[in-house]
Write a protein that binds this ligand. Structure first.
Ligand code: SPV
Ligand code: MG
Length: 516
């Protein structure tokens, strides 16, 4: 077993391949900046253990010092450890408050043997999981008693029900351990902590049939060395240039924290408005029915209610958490300069259409993309509705369409709008600019969404159509009609809740739209 003192060090121990983790009293207290003298309360130890246990799957053996009190405290400790899925506890036969075994060890009084045996019995009687392990730790060698006392006590602790004996030694060779192991003769498993006799080859312990070795403080000591070197170097150099490659990357920290699991869970559990979503706004057109208003700016920058149409779209998208926004610019592109937006330029805007703009933004169509014309204003809830719709491609259509002289994209559907249809899936049958079509059931407002599958369909269709001679003249209706040959397109009907800005009249109407 290797020592760990917090959740991340425990996880690293597990990933290295160890079969178990020693939650060390020395290192947990040191990590919290206090001494190994029961300065931490036992519930503070439990708090650390809870994080360690949550972060790992291998057994944790906790250093329970002297049990934080008498048999009664030990009973409660065992219950609390089991509740945190800690696999076992080691208690040492000294007095509370304890001192680390390597500080002034000769003067450390041992616990009364019978009293300590009662603690072991109380611990065993308190466990409800039969696999919970209680280790009795002998401090006889540490406190200057000899082999005889160690054996006498080990016998008593075994009778009290201990699952294993930890025999500790402060010598720089393994003679205490050897002597004990030979005399003990495997009556219970033996655990050792070779901090001081670290130079003894591990094979020697194998030969002695030692069951478990605890390397009790090495993760903590290694991190102290690394942190000191790092602190000195950054302080000295006042720069990060020479240290970046000497430490774990931030990405590695995220991995250790399990960041990817959270991302997957977010896909599963969060409402779709929190999924990875982006938006594409097609804003290349000049607009030519605005008198002189669009002589210098594109129509997407015309102000509605004191705010540019595009600014309102960006603000609305941002406000529902969509930060990844791509704007396709064309006419007077230099005037479109919002920050936190990606730009794609359609410099031939005068020779092509919104379809071409979208084609230029093909890379931006991905998992859950909202696509919007740049000259419409709509109520924000429509975006949420689109995001909560699980269909692959969903267009928004107004059932209260107008038939004026402007170009409109009307739709025919398998069902007409009615209040009942609201709850049903309506499928697009055709998109047309022919206002004389008797089957028209609504008007496409220039807002639609694709999910991952829909994005694939959309991209493949646009790629295919881009090879057609007439591609630069095609309109969005042509794209949807092409998609419909193979794949369904869903329709979300609305009544009002949007405006397209095609003329000064529209601009005037929009003022009341914004404020109602
Ligand atoms: C610990 O790691 O806290 C131990 C072992 O109890 S020792 O520090 O050697 O006492
Ligand atoms: Mg300890």
């Amino acid at each position: 077993m290797l020592e760990a003192h917090n959740a991340i060090s425990a996880k690293i121990v597990e990933e290295a391949g160890f079969k178990g983790i020693w939650a060390g009293g020395l290192t947990i207290s040191a990590a919290l900046g206090v001494r190994d003298n029961n300065e931490m309360s036992w519930t503070q130890v439990i708090d650390v253990l809870e994080f360690m246990s949550d972060a790992t799957t291998i057994p944790i053996l906790v250093d329970g010092d002297t049990g934080y009190g008498n048999f009664n405290n030990v009973r409660r400790l065992v219950r609390k450890l089991e509740q945190r899925n800690v696999a076992g506890v080691c208690i040492e036969d000294k007095l509370y408050p304890k001192t680390n075994s390597f500080i002034n060890s000769e003067n450390q009084p041992l616990a009364d043997m019978d009293e300590f045996s009662g603690k072991i019995k109380a611990a065993k009687d308190s466990q409800s999981d039969r696999d919970f392990v209680v280790v009795a730790r002998l401090e006889a060698f540490i406190a200057g008693w000899g082999l005889k006392e160690a054996l006498r006590r080990a016998e008593s602790y075994m009778e009290a029900g201990a699952d294993a004996i930890l025999v500790h030694s402060k010598k720089s060779d393994s003679s205490d351990i050897e002597a004990f192991a030979v005399e003990w003769n495997h009556r219970l498993p033996i655990i050792i902590v070779p901090t001081k006799y670290y130079s003894t080859p591990t094979d020697k312990f194998r030969d002695l049939n030692i069951n478990l070795i605890i390397w009790a403080n090495h993760m903590f000591r290694a991190s102290v060395t690394a942190m000191k070197a790092m602190a000195c170097q950054i302080h000295r150099e006042q720069s990060l240039i020479n240290v970046e490659d000497k430490m774990a990357s931030v990405a590695e920290i995220f991995r250790l924290q399990g960041a990817s699991e959270l991302e997957e869970a977010e896909q599963r559990y969060l409402p779709s408005s929190r999924k990875k979503i982006n938006a594409v706004v097609l804003a290349a057109a000049k607009g030519d029915k605005f008198g002189g208003l669009t002589d210098e700016i594109p129509k997407t920058l015309l102000k509605v209610g004191g705010k540019a149409i595009l600014a309102k779209q960006i603000d609305d998208l941002n406000s529902i958490g969509i930060k990844d926004i791509t704007v396709v610019r064309g006419y007077a592109k230099e005037k479109i300069a919002f920050t936190n937006v990606k730009y794609i330029d359609n410099d031939d805007y005068a020779e092509n259409t919104e379809v071409y703009s979208l084609y230029k933004a093909l890379e931006s169509i991905s998992v859950n993309t909202i696509i919007s014309y740049g000259d419409i204003i709509y109520k924000k809830y429509l975006i949420n509705d689109l995001l909560n719709d699980s269909n692959n491609i969903v267009i928004v259509a107004d059932a209260e369409y107008s038939k004026d002289k402007n170009y409109h994209e009307y739709i025919t559907t398998d069902m007409k709008y009615s209040k009942k249809v609201f709850w049903q899936h309506v499928k697009l049958e055709q998109m047309t600019s022919d206002c004389g079509n008797p089957n028209i059931s609504g008007e496409f407002i220039g807002l639609f969404s694709v999910n991952e599958i829909g994005a694939g369909i959309f991209k493949r269709t646009l790629e295919k159509m881009s090879k057609w001679d007439c591609f630069s003249k095609l309109r969005m209706k042509d794209v949807f009609n092409e998609i419909l040959k193979d794949s369904p397109v869903s329709v979300k009907f609305i009544r009002g809740s949007w405006l397209d800005i095609n003329s000064i009249m529209d601009l005037q109407k929009s003022e009341s739209f914004i404020y109602d």
